[in-house]
Design a protein around this ligand. Structure first.
Ligand SMILES: NC(=O)c1ccc[n+]([C@@H]2O[C@H](COP(=O)([O-])OP(=O)(O)OC[C@H]3O[C@@H](n4cnc5c(N)ncnc54)[C@H](OP(=O)(O)O)[C@@H]3O)[C@@H](O)[C@H]2O)c1
Length: 332
């Protein structure tokens, strides 16, 4: 089969589109013909490598998969369209699990075929295209989990960093449908307008104004009920500063680094909370599907690249020039 493989860590040039051996089904696993695999920032971490993580090479990236079952099992038919819940350990207890194609032995979905545990298979939402369905399993599931953990109620105000990102754009769409007031942050005019169109009530261009000043101005000096922070060291100090009394920072990512210096006094005097979020459970993925169907929400897809052009897709994400999900078309 064709796949995009890495033989070592490095820049986009280490992504090699080539012929590799088809996977052979192991016990309790099933083979899927991958139709589309969305790109996530995790794929960039795996490609570049992280100091405390190891993988064996060659490795196939990609955990955000929509495809077709090569064989049926249980209630699933041969040829049925499915998506893959990407956490490789069991749904509960949710500790130390890892994402398919990530820092583990599971080969990912940047390939024509993939082997996954049968328990990870979920019916594809029938009202979505395959491209759209491939976009939900990581960014949207994480945003959904973060919003649930934020305990925000209708009319609460939430700050969402990175309007154009996978997690950020998902959080805006879902938060809007939950009736929250949304302040979001972006870094150029084009993304600014798209964020407004998506449903943000107030968009801050972080290249033109100071985010904390703007948030306080827009909330009559009170601050926000919650912050969706996937950016890390550069944003944590502001995320804590803009909380209102009893506010929560929900954190899931470290795009700008994993260590931050924050104002502890500002944090405790507001009785703030910092809450971590890691993906979400399989049952949350199913409830996300139901919610999106009920609210008629379709994920935002920025672009679709051919599998042979994976390096261009990665470059686009590294330049942050997308708005929404970048997806790879994996089968011809
Ligand atoms: N814990 C989990 O389960 C989980 C799940 C999904 C994702 N994540 C993590 O969440 C993060 C986002 O993932 P993604 O796939 O959505 O990434 P992405 O689409 O590549 O988006 C990255 C975002 O970071 C923003 N950003 C970069 N530097 C910034 C700065 N200095 N200040 C403010 N914003 C900045 C960019 O906005 P600009 O264009 O304005 O720079 C962009 O919106 C990644 O770190 C990923 O690993 C974690």
């Amino acid at each position: 089969m064709k796949a995009t493989v890495i033989w070592k860590h490095g820049g986009p040039d280490v992504l090699s589109y080539q012929e590799i051996k088809d996977p052979e089904p192991e016990k309790d696993h099933v083979i899927i013909r991958v139709n589309y695999c969305a790109v996530n920032h995790l794929d960039i971490w795996v490609r570049t490598g992280l100091p405390d993580k190891t993988i064996s090479f060659p490795h196939v990236l990609g955990g955000d998969i929509c495809g077709t079952l090569v064989d049926g099992f249980g209630n699933f038919r041969k040829g049925e369209k499915v998506v893959v819940y990407p956490a490789v350990e069991s749904d509960a207890p949710r500790v130390s699990f890892s994402i398919i194609g990530g820092f583990n032995k599971y080969q990912g979905g940047y390939a024509e075929l993939i082997q996954v545990p049968k328990r990870n298979i979920v019916k594809k939402p029938s009202w979505l295209t395959d491209v759209e369905a491939s976009s939900l399993n990581i960014s949207y599931l994480t945003a959904w989990n973060m919003l649930e953990r934020s305990r925000c109620k209708k009319d609460d105000t939430i700050l969402i960093w990175g309007a154009n990102s996978g997690v950020g754009s998902a959080a805006i769409l879902l938060a809007k449908a939950k009736g929250l007031k949304i302040i979001t942050v972006t870094s150029d005019k084009n993304k600014f307008d798209l964020a407004k169109k998506l449903g943000a009530d107030f968009v801050i261009d972080r290249t033109k104004s100071e985010v904390s000043t703007e948030v306080l101005k827009h909330t009559n000096g009170e601050g926000v009920n919650a912050v969706i922070d996937h950016v890390g060291s550069k944003t944590w100090p502001v995320s804590i500063d803009v909380l209102k009394i009893g506010g929560r920072v929900i954190a899931c990512g470290t795009t700008t680094g994993a260590e931050a210096t924050v104002n502890i006094r500002s944090f405790y005097s507001k009785e703030g909370q910092i809450i971590g979020a890691y993906l979400g459970s399989k049952s949350q993925l199913i409830s996300l599907h139901r919610f999106m169907k009920l609210k008629r929400i379709r994920p935002i897809v920025d672009s679709v690249f051919e599998l042979k052009d994976t390096s261009l897709a990665h470059q686009k994400m590294e330049q942050s020039s997308q708005f929404g999900k970048i997806v790879l078309k994996t089968s011809s």
